[in-house]
Design a protein around this ligand. Structure first.
Ligand SMILES: Nc1ncnc2c1ncn2[C@@H]1O[C@H](COP(=O)(O)OP(=O)(O)OP(=O)(O)O)[C@@H](O)[C@H]1O
Ligand SMILES: O=P(O)(O)OC[C@H]1O[C@H](OP(=O)(O)OP(=O)(O)O)[C@H](O)[C@@H]1O
Length: 305
């Protein structure tokens, strides 16, 4: 089938074709019941149950396609959006709009130098060689550091490499690099240390500035629901009515806790959404104020404000 001729009338949704963001993105699509089958080697897949076509692209290229309005929606890193926006002529508004922080793919774009060298702050790299895959963001960073107007030729020499950036210092190509750091393992193994942060990033859902329709809003709402479900758990407990006011402060919920009367006089049952990462502390605090029968339940999916 010639897929390109089947795109008419479909919402085009760009997703990473490989790399760090791909698996979490595919899981997210499954959570939204976006069903598709990708033929081997094809970068376009038609969604079976919705008028959507998925376009598999490198994460770095997604902001360009979205920004130029060639695709309507995309998932990529905030760092890639920032890099794309930094290439725009001064004053030009970006065609890429962030709609949602997806919470995964967390990393920092950092200035790194050899652990054993004499450089301890980014300023010392002015006039020296810096290697990166993020040339526009690095140029913007050093423009500020050099205190010159945007567009001025920099003293710092910024060179592009497509990958394995961390090898550049050891090979004598760079005095410092600007590269992504998550666990810090790659940086440590290459004998580097971070001395400054250019951008903090997570995966984001972006849309083209001029794209807006019911399907785009529906997909956004489904994705928001899945992300919320991943981030929150449902906490249920019983508590004497006298302790309700203080317990409600511990579990205020997204809007407000749900309170139900128990058959036992003077007791109520409370049900409230709690951020997963806070749940252990919340349970400790609930015990202290007299809550009993505390249960924590996973949320399979959600639609909340
Ligand atoms: N170590 C990491 N931890 C978490 N997120 C990362 C990490 N490295 C990259 N990312 C995120 O994933 C995005 C894509 O990077 P990744 O290196 O996986 O892309 P790629 O398309 O495979 O490119 P390349 O071929 O250049 O490696 C980055 O822009 C960043 O937002
Ligand atoms: O702090 P860490 O958890 O070690 O992650 C950071 C590494 O991950 C990314 O590279 P990737 O492995 O995607 O390969 P690449 O260098 O070819 O881009 C990034 O460019 C760093 O090298």
């Amino acid at each position: 089938m010639d897929l390109v001729n089947h795109l008419e009338g479909r919402l085009l949704f760009a997703v990473p074709k490989k790399g760090r963001l791909q698996q979490a993105t595919l899981d997210l699509l499954a959570g939204c019941d976006i069903q598709f089958r990708r033929e081997t080697r094809l970068d376009i897949a038609l969604v079976k149950n919705l008028p959507i076509a998925l376009i598999f692209l490198p994460a770095a290229d997604i902001p360009t396609f979205v920004g130029e309005g060639r695709v309507d929606l995309g998932i990529t890193g905030r760092d890639q959006v920032a890099e794309h926006d930094s290439t725009l002529p001064n004053g030009e508004t970006s065609g890429v709009e962030e709609i949602l922080d997806l919470g995964f793919g967390g990393c920092k774009l950092q200035v790194q130098v050899p652990q054993k060298g004499d450089i301890t702050e980014a300023k010392q790299l002015i006039g020296r060689n810096v290697v990166t895959s993020f040339t526009a963001l690095s140029e913007a960073f050093f423009t500020k550091l050099e205190g010159v107007a945007p567009g001025t030729k920099l003293q710092t020499k910024i060179k592009y490499v497509g990958g394995s950036v961390e090898a550049a210092c050891a090979l004598g190509v760079a005095d410092g690099i600007v590269d992504l750091v998550e666990s810090g393992e790659t940086m440590k193994a290459a004998g580097l240390k971070a001395i400054d942060t250019v951008v903090e990033s997570t995966a984001v859902l972006v849309k083209s500035r001029d794209s807006n329709n019911d399907l785009l809003n529906l997909i956004t709402s489904r994705i928001r629901g899945v992300i919320t479900a991943q981030k929150f758990v449902l906490c249920q407990y019983n508590i004497p009515r006298s302790g309700l006011a203080v317990a409600s402060k511990i579990t205020p919920g997204k809007r407000a806790p749900t309170i139900t009367a128990l058959e036992e006089e003077g007791w109520v049952a409370v049900s409230s959404m709690v951020e997963k990462k806070r749940v252990a502390t919340v349970m400790d605090e609930l015990i202290k104020v007299g809550a009993t029968d505390i249960l924590v339940l996973n949320i399979a999916n959600s639609r909340t404000d």
